[in-house]
Design a protein around this ligand. Structure first.
Ligand SMILES: Nc1nc2c(ncn2[C@@H]2O[C@H](COP(=O)(O)OP(=O)(O)OP(=O)(O)O)[C@@H](O)[C@H]2O)c(=O)[nH]1
Length: 315
């Protein structure tokens, strides 16, 4: 092969690469663009050659991309980044192509030995990972969600509790924890069947969701046991909310196959404390108070206190 044929052979090979491959100068100028036909952006980025990042995308995105390029050059190392374009940050599309709402990419940015007009250069490979991103998001949501009720499962709730505790230690705003258990739930399963039991669990979930605020976190810890993190709520405020919830459940039966099932719940309350060593300690206190509600006859709210369990009249 002569030199020209060889060059065009390699060019064709490079341009057949499934990912977009860019050569950028350290100033963010597009020097070369190859490949990307399988990248689902539906247009050929070769039109960018000669232009700068700032010409083809909003300032915020261009600055970010430039910082990645400069990072790779400064460290003289390959840098791998995930980035995304949305409505505000979308790269410029040709007029005849409707840009998608979102695009996610993995960028591999490798410094090159080759200089261009005395400027350093990088090779930037962009893999479209939008589908993978949505799949990961879906899997994450599934792994955090209780299948029956759609609220946080135990693992996700414990994560939320851990994060809330970190926030509490920073800003010391009151945070209360409510533990809730459906009373004599086994008898619902035994007398009406498991599906009726499931309907009761969903019913209680809905009443909890109607009672708490958006900032609060509701989780199903297992079986017929729930927990709620009450943000910015001291014990008095938590008690008022818990009493409302207790009353709501007791007065709004679950309708199962056109028949009402009477449901009550027992609640235990405690608050976050600076001196706690672990987030589990507040759960133990609220759980203790919840068992007090059970022992005192159920359909009750109890507050944990170190010396005695606060006792409150039945609602
Ligand atoms: N329908 C249904 N039942 C469940 C589920 N998870 C656990 N259970 C049942 O929940 C029942 C819990 O019963 P217990 O722990 O004895 O408590 P209880 O009958 O509510 O009695 P108290 O808590 O003392 O008022 C058991 O029969 C479990 O099999 C579920 O997802 N669906």
């Amino acid at each position: 092969m002569d030199e020209y044929t060889l060059a065009s052979h390699y060019y064709l090979l490079l341009d057949a690469l499934p990912e977009h491959v860019f050569v950028f100068s350290e100033q963010g100028q597009y020097l070369e663009v190859f490949g990307g036909q399988d990248n689902h952006t539906q247009f050929d980025c070769k039109a960018y050659v000669g232009q700068y990042l700032h010409d083809v995308m909003p300032l915020k995105s261009a600055e970010l991309f430039l910082s990645y390029i400069q990072q790779a050059i400064k460290k003289n190392k390959t840098v791998i980044v995930n980035y995304h374009f949305n409505n505000d940050t979308m790269i410029r599309f040709p007029d005849d192509i409707e840009p998608p709402k979102e695009l996610w990419f993995e960028g591999i940015i490798k410094p090159l030995a080759e200089r261009y007009h005395d400027q350093k250069t990088v090779l930037w490979t962009a893999r479209n990972i939008t589908q993978r991103h949505y799949l990961e998001k879906q899997l994450k949501a599934l792994s955090e969600t209780d299948e029956l009720t759609g609220v946080l499962n135990r693992r996700a709730f414990m994560n939320a509790l851990y994060n809330k505790r970190q926030q509490f230690l920073r800003d010391t705003q009151d945070v209360s924890l409510l533990m809730l258990d459906i009373d004599r739930f086994k008898s619902v399963n035994d007398s009406l069947g498991h599906q009726a039991g499931d309907a009761v669990i969903k019913h209680v979930t809905e009443l909890c969701q109607q009672t708490i605020r958006q900032v609060d976190s509701l989780g199903r810890l297992g079986g017929e046991e729930f927990a709620i993190i009450l943000h910015d709520a001291n014990l008095d405020q938590a008690y008022q909310l818990a009493s409302r919830l207790c009353q709501r459940v007791a007065t709004q039966p679950c309708i199962w196959q056109q028949q009402p099932i009477k449901v009550t719940i027992s609640i235990g309350l405690s608050t976050f404390k600076i001196e706690d060593k672990t987030p589990e300690q507040v759960i133990q206190r609220a759980d203790h108070a919840m068992y007090t509600s059970k022992h005192l006859g159920r359909n009750l709210v109890s507050i944990f206190s170190p010396n005695h369990q606060g006792q409150f009249p039945k609602i």
